[in-house]
Design a protein around this ligand. Structure first.
Ligand code: SF4
Length: 587
């Protein structure tokens, strides 16, 4: 049986332990399934910022072995909603964990002072890093790359100042422009005094059946490089969707008050490519390279002509949250804001949507110039948004300190909760395509658009109209099935290339036998259900799911959404989950 190992590291005392978790991988495949199983072992009442609260990174059996199996899963208790925190990131981390010899790295404790962890093979050493206090997420990587030389390819993950300030919407930046963005992993790192982790190593496994491995590798490689969908991701990247979404009323604009943005062409994928694109990058072992980076110059001061040059990555979610949703139609203005977000280390979606809430809250009188230190908030005013971000970074006053706690927190404290476009406290991603996008955010195990792809279900309904019941069933099926690619751990852009048949062949070629289509389906149900076990035992209730009132007036790609339809489909989703749980209990 192939061996899988876990590194446990305790930040309290710098002690580490290595254990064999092959049986867990044998039963749960890997990635999100294994990580969830481990997270379920933690006490229900743990505070997300308690030293005992673990951060678990997990990869799967396909990482390193096959194309586009590039992601790493991070699970933790979210400081944003006190519930399941799960975030996925690409970059080099999966490859580096594999090289170090670990499929899981679990971290607990709190370092006595700001520190970073260096894992090189089986050696794990905690080093103090007070000189990195307040250093941006961008500069931290550069400094550590020089300071922590390695013979192997490294991955460096780190927080910016927002994480150090325990912002529950701070993320963890991974290598060049990848992020564990959602649900506050950066704040958890900050609470552990953990500025960064550098991972490297040179382990490789021996391929037993080279003929089977090579044969499957060629098939999946050909599927990836010949796929027209993948070509689209490489060419303009996900920003290719900006204009088409706006045309169908699916591009959230001015805090989701409408789905069509008159300035969409100014922030389209084509505009970014023509004016700013300087590099397309890829996660390690990806043949697609969907990461798009722009070059942005920043002037040192207004008195002279000296500039710094930065690479700023952009994608659909970033363009929506800092472009259309704030009514900014100038691509350079979007990039300037994104650079500030990247340096501080916030989750770009959450911070952008929180500023959109702030504009609505200001316009409706919930906050005034007393709160804003004299600034007048309005949509489209990018220079004021830059000032707001500076004031948040400086912790200018209580209101600005609160802005980095997310829109739901602010809506509850200052009023205007109806304008907080969040589900499970997590700010929504960039689709206002209809009921099933909103249903997907609400019922998703991590409140992510990627949980069940409701935005895609809505768009399918435009092509081939179906009943709400049929569409909810499609959303549920997708949410279940994604437990498998997230356990393997494949980039979801390649989800349709890795068919069940391919997955079984790929596992067999790695010497991981005994899997069947039925077993994969069973595992998908089991893991999905385990995640809801975790959520419900930490206070989640379907009955508490609400549609933010602002969305009742939004004309989406599929027309207006009503509370009645939303509530009815939530109940239907819950019923399907409960039926699965009954089945699981008798199997
Ligand atoms: S398609 Fe993009 S996100 Fe997915 S693995 Fe490739 S570069 Fe990374």
């Amino acid at each position: 049986m192939r061996q899988f190992k876990m590194l446990d590291f305790n930040l309290n005392n710098g002690e580490s332990r290595i254990s064999d978790i092959s049986s867990l991988y044998h039963e749960f495949l890997g990635g999100t399934a294994v990580a969830t199983k481990l997270l379920l072992e933690t006490p229900e009442s743990l505070d997300p910022y308690s030293p005992d609260s673990p951060v678990i990174f997990a990869i799967g059996p396909f990482n390193v072995a096959y194309p586009i199996a590039t992601k790493t899963i991070a699970v933790f208790k979210s400081p944003l909603n006190g519930n399941l925190g799960e975030s996925h990131a690409g970059g080099r981390l999966a490859m580096a964990m594999y090289g170090a010899g670990f499929h899981v790295i679990r971290i607990v404790g709190r370092a006595p002072e700001l520190s970073y962890l260096v894992i090189e093979g089986e050696k794990a050493i905690l080093k103090t890093s007070n000189s990195l206090l307040g250093v941006s997420a961008l500069a931290t990587e550069r400094i550590l790359r020089e300071r922590e030389d390695s013979d192997y390819k490294r991955s460096i993950i780190r927080i910016g100042p927002a994480g150090e300030r325990l912002s529950p919407i701070a993320g963890v930046t991974v290598d060049s422009s990848r992020h564990f963005g959602r649900l506050g992993l950066g704040g958890v790192f900050g609470s552990k005094n953990l500025k960064a982790i550098a991972v490297s190593g040179g382990s490789y496994w021996k391929i037993e059946n080279k003929a089977a491995y090579n044969s499957f590798y060629k098939k999946i490689y050909d599927a990836v490089v010949n796929s027209p969908v993948m070509k689209k991701y490489h060419d303009l990247g996900t920003p290719v969707n900006v204009v088409p979404l706006s045309r169908i009323n699916g591009l959230p604009t001015r805090n989701f008050s409408q789905g069509s943005f008159e300035g969409a062409s100014g922030i389209s994928g084509e505009t970014f490519a023509e004016k700013h694109l300087s590099q397309q990058m890829a996660c390690a072992h990806c043949q697609v390279g969907c990461i798009h980076a722009a070059t942005l110059r920043e002037r040192y001061s207004s008195d002279d002509h000296h500039y710094k040059t930065f690479k700023v990555s952009y994608d659909h979610e970033l363009i929506y949250s800092w472009g259309s949703n704030l009514s900014i139609q100038n691509s350079e203005s979007v990039l300037k804001l994104l650079l500030m977000v990247e340096k501080e280390g916030w989750d770009a979606i959450s911070m952008g949507v929180t500023l959109a809430w702030a504009v609505d809250a200001f316009n409706h009188g919930f906050i005034t110039e007393k709160h804003t230190d004299g600034l007048v908030f309005s949509f489209g005013d990018s220079s004021t948004f830059e000032k707001i971000l500076r004031k948040i970074s400086e912790g200018k006053n209580e209101f600005y300190r609160d802005l980095e706690k997310g829109s739901a927190f602010c809506g509850k404290k200052y009023g205007g909760l109806d304008y907080s476009i969040s589900f499970g406290e997590n700010e929504a991603a960039g689709y206002s395509t209809g009921l099933h996008a909103f249903l997907g955010y609400a019922t998703g195990v991590r409140n992510s658009h990627l949980d069940g792809a409701g935005y895609s279900v809505d768009q399918e309904n435009l092509r081939k109209p179906q009943t709400d019941e049929e569409l909810t069933a499609a959303l549920y099926r997708e949410a279940l099935w994604r437990m498998i690619p997230n356990s393997l751990v494949i980039c979801l852009f390649a989800r349709n290339l890795y068919t069940k048949e391919f997955i079984l062949e790929g596992l067999e070629a790695l010497g991981i036998s005994g899997w069947t289509e039925e077993k994969l389906d069973f595992l998908a149900r089991r893991v999905h259900s385990m995640k809801f076990d975790y959520k419900e035992s930490r206070g989640f209730k379907f009955e508490n799911l609400n549609l933010p009132k602002r969305l009742l007036n939004t004309v989406t790609s599929n027309g207006r959404v009503t509370v009645e339809r939303f509530t009815c489909e939530i109940a239907r989703f819950q019923k399907m989950l409960n039926e699965d749980r009954k089945l699981l209990s008798v199997q």
